[in-house]
Design a protein around this ligand. Sequence first.
Ligand code: ZN
Length: 178
Amino acid sequence: MSELSLEGHLHRRCGGHYALAVEEVTIRLSGMTARVDRAMYKCDKCGDRQHTVEQREDAEREAILTMRSQHSLLTGKEIRHFRESVGLNTAQLGELLHGLPKGIVEGWEKGRYLQSPAVDAMLRSLSDVEERERRATRAGFVLPPLPGTVAADTSHSSDDELNPSAPEPDPVGSGVQP
Ligand SMILES: [Zn+2]
């Protein structure tokens, strides 16, 4: 499914035609800003500018990349690796971060959303197990055992719902959409 190109299209209001062009824009996200080049279609007669959804999304991704490197924020991959290394699903990680919806966590991991520097610092602090436990207690749930560790003395060797080799554990509970 590709977006309709406006290249060469007639601008009925003025009789001009649209051509691909680039503009420099400032994008603001999570209290940060980045200057990026954004593609658009510009009318050669009146200068009217039109953006496709793809052009907007590309510019936003570019801004996210720029902000991540400017503010040394964790990448989506790093967040995901961390989350999986401590056996949390996206809903649980969100819970540890003041109850953020899992969709936000998923957005970070996919590079669609960007965490603020404050949340980034909070994420990093979670590599400390005591910090994780503190936050889990506050959020009202018990941390799952770390992947690969055998739960100390639980007598039931039943279904391991946290099998780390399982593909994408479906987040339980939560899922309250704002
Ligand atoms: Zn025009």
